[in-house]
Design a binder for this molecule. Structure first.
Ligand SMILES: C[S@@+](CC[C@H](N)C(=O)[O-])C[C@H]1O[C@@H](n2cnc3c(N)ncnc32)[C@H](O)[C@@H]1O
Length: 359
């Protein structure tokens, strides 16, 4: 066989490998949504498709085909015992697929996969007009998926690792301070910090109706007198230096006018205040991301459908996108807003970089 033919087969296999990933990602969404992973994780021995169908109250034929996909994708372990196909989960599979309070739990992105993929229908128009779509275009499922994406790691690390890495912030919050979480999404970080630091006051700002609905519903069911959630279009960040700490988790690169937000953060922050910027750990250019980040193609794809789309959702949008805020750019934008101190925090995370930025 010729070299050209081999290269063609290899390239074809590479392309269809992407489609295999997309299909299996859809099956992972179903496994999470239908409780299939949960039931497998709870079982004390490998299950047949009949047993899993009974445990989940689902139709056996469909469950069996799903199990075959998951075994073929090597996500579930498969054995044949007494002529029956049996399926089980490794310890790692249980952590990533079935344990919401494990820091490695990864179902958030899969939760919002249908909503994210649905936006493909809007893309041809966006590619023509340049205008993207904000987070609410992904509906309530999108907001819930974002919440489930970030909560597991934050629950395990925000109070224990991230805040203590900042200069005196835990003391400030213990004694009584004001903190704003800008781009707060469904409010998990605000809720967690408000509960941990009852002497301090916490305000979450977001422009997503679906995210704010979730945040306010959580607050209504677990009332905290020191937390509230605001749409900054109803009540903008105060320009009076009245916040001691501002946090932004994975959202500046999503904003259509991030420099305006950073300017507003500076104005609302006390001259001795602290800004915790958490954003995707990106290189300065495509080549750097391709070399250093094994998830670069995933992240550029998420950017088109979600992050950059949001960042282009208003005329004149900056369009930074998922990998659009490397340290150099973040520092440049912070200094342009009047910040003078910029430090990367020693926090270990698979995707994000953490910065403490001060006036
Ligand atoms: C990827 S989500 C992160 C949400 C949250 N920080 C978390 O960690 O779960 C990005 C959020 O930024 C919000 N956002 C985008 N532009 C914004 C703006 N100009 N002001 C406030 N929030 C904004 C979106 O609505 C979305 O909820």
């Amino acid at each position: 066989m010729s070299d050209g033919h081999d290269r063609l087969r290899l390239f074809s296999a590479q392309v269809f490998g992407k489609l295999e990933g997309a299909m299996t990602a859809g099956m992972i969404h179903l496994g999470d949504r239908l409780g299939l992973y949960r039931a497998l994780a709870d079982a004390d021995q490998p299950m047949t498709s009949v047993e899993l169908a009974v445990a989940t109250d689902l139709h056996e034929r469909w469950v069996r085909e799903w199990l075959h996909n998951q075994a073929a994708a090597r996500l579930l372990d498969h054995d044949v015992a007494d002529g029956d196909d049996r399926f089980s989960m490794s310890r790692e599979a249980k952590a990533v697929l079935a344990t919401p309070d494990h820091p490695a739990f990864g179902m958030g992105m899969f939760h919002r996969l249908p909503a994210t993929m649905q936006s493909l229908e809007r893309m041809p128009e966006s590619f023509e007009t340049g205008l993207g779509h904000d987070y609410d275009s992904h509906g309530a499922q999108g907001a819930e998926g974002i919440e489930r994406s970030f909560e597991p790691w934050n629950n395990a690390n925000l109070l224990r690792t991230v805040l203590p890495a900042m200069d005196g912030v835990v003391d400030l919050l213990q004694n009584g301070a004001r903190l704003a979480d800008v781009g707060c999404g469904a409010g998990s970080a605000v809720m967690m910090m408000a509960e941990a630091f009852p002497n301090s006051e916490f305000v979450g700002y977001d422009i997503s109706r679906h995210a704010l609905d979730r945040a306010r519903a959580k607050l209504a069911s677990s009332p905290l007198p020191n937390a509230r959630f605001i749409d900054p279009r109803d009540e903008r960040l105060p320009r009076d230096g009245s916040f001691d700490v501002i946090t932004t988790f994975d959202c500046i690169h999503d904003m259509s006018h991030p420099q305006d937000t950073i300017d507003a953060i500076r104005l609302s922050l006390h001259d001795d205040g602290h800004w915790l910027l958490v954003d995707i750990d990106a290189a300065d250019d495509l080549a750097g991301n391709m070399e250093a980040n094994p998830m670069a193609s995933l992240l550029y794809g998420v950017s088109v459908l979600s992050c950059m789309s949001s960042a282009m959702s208003e005329p004149g949008g900056a369009g930074l996108g998922t990998l659009g805020l490397p340290a150099s750019k973040a520092e440049e934008m912070a200094r342009a807003a009047g910040f003078t101190r910029f430090e990367r925090l020693p926090v270990d995370h698979a995707v994000n970089a953490f910065y403490e930025i001060r006036p």
